[in-house]
Design a protein around this ligand. Sequence first.
Ligand code: ME8
Length: 524
Amino acid sequence: MKEKFYITTPIYYPSNKFTLGNAYTNFICDAIARFNRKMGKDVFYLTGTDEHGQKISQAAAVAGKSEKEYLDGMIADAKELWSLLNISYDKFIRTTDDYHEKAVQKIFTQLYEKGYIYKGSYKGWYCTPCESFWTESQLVNGKCPDCGRDVMFQEEEAYFFKLSAFADRLIKLYEDQPDFLQPKSRVNEMVNNFIKPGLSDLCVSRTSVKWGVPVEFDPKHTIYVWIDALPNYITALGYGSEDDSLFKRYWPADVHMIGKEIVRFHAIVWPAILMALELPLPKHIFGHGWIMFGGDKLSKSKDAGVKECVDPRILAPRYSSDAVRYFLYREIPFGSDGNYSTEAFLTRFNADLSNNYGNLVSRTFSMVKKYFDGVIPESNSLTDPDDLNLKEIVDSQVKATFEAMEKFDVTKATTAIFNIFTEANTYIQKVQPWAVAKQEGGQTRLKTILRNLLETIRIGSELFEPFAPIASRKVLDALNIEGNEFANLDNFNGLKAGQPLKDLGILFPRLDVQKELEELSTLA
Ligand code: ME8
């Protein structure tokens, strides 16, 4: 039986203004999902949308639509965007899906019956746009600490989840499973900022919010935010429905990939809910950093002042989704914040994709065409020090890529892959195939050189496919490589000698950075 691998993004708040920031979590998960599929695993990749709450009702009212009508249009847009960005999710969950709503009701009732949910009264400062309650001490200058907007004091009957009962078990969890929450710095943040100062019970129902899932046994209450949102990771697999076969097969998740601002909910509230339900915990929670833009988090609500184009709907068709995602993997150090700038994107496009990878492939293919009629030469045993050195670097970088992907580190992985392409270009400069071609009796050596280059391109493209699926697949097709799984990464015998290379257009045409910057500024 294939090893299973279950990966999730958070469920996104619906919007038709998704930026590169929003696409980031999906880009990361997509590369990890594709990589694990290529490793031969049985992968289930979940994404979706978080559709309840006051903000949605308000926005729908402004648009003069019912909530459902308003949401359906936006979800269609979101799916179109994910398809444009080539996101290979296996399931898209909407929290308004009937099966989810029913399962969430069951979960709420179960938690109540087990004594983990009780009725009380909530008093606190409420931020409507963020749908968050805050205590007095959490406010910043009397305003919402997340968005800086006004808050209202509210008191109402509400149900509470006994989060306070889980402090010791959570600390034990982080101690027993040091890689449960990553990067490691986030563990200290959870323990020192939230658990040690004392966990408060969590308000999990509202009577004033109508657009939500009603509590089964007390329907004037709707289930509030996190008890509705977090269980999507199990309801999507059929937990709480008649058919829970996917749940049995895939749970626990291998990784919940999330942005750092929601680590608290995933590393504290979610494990506590699962412990209360007596279900296994996910293996890893990874809180990635933010894409920053001019010093601020790139976000839907704060992008009004953005003068550069950060719209993936414009960038992806213009430069390819491969280029956009590759840039983010490589430029934002995985786990930390990183800056986006159009100039850095265009510069890296030229340097890495066009010059390094694209040029390597095109020069090698042209030489095979020129010297061997485009037919793949046979492999030879490697004795020349330059060949051995190339092979050694390829081997070490294959290993580095796999090690990085064990830790989901898309930045280290893409760096290792590009070390391969860089080394192949250096090899060309060193061995000078064009000079060898002119030497008498140089044909045998020339065959070996070109074979080595083609094999290096093959191995690099196999590794690169999860990160740049369209371009790498074109290269692999041109090399007549058909399989969907990694093969022959440890040898230079992966290609069939005697087969003709297929024609390959220009992979990443070189850009005029200034011209692009000017044109893009008109589209921002
Ligand atoms: O948080 N850089 O949804 P969401 C990096 N519905 N990542 C970014 C980003 C940026 N500039 N902007 C957004 C929610 N993201 C809840 C989750 S889960 C049970 C409920 C990422 O639409 C963000 O970090 O606000 C998160 O991972 C994802 O976009 C969805 O955020």
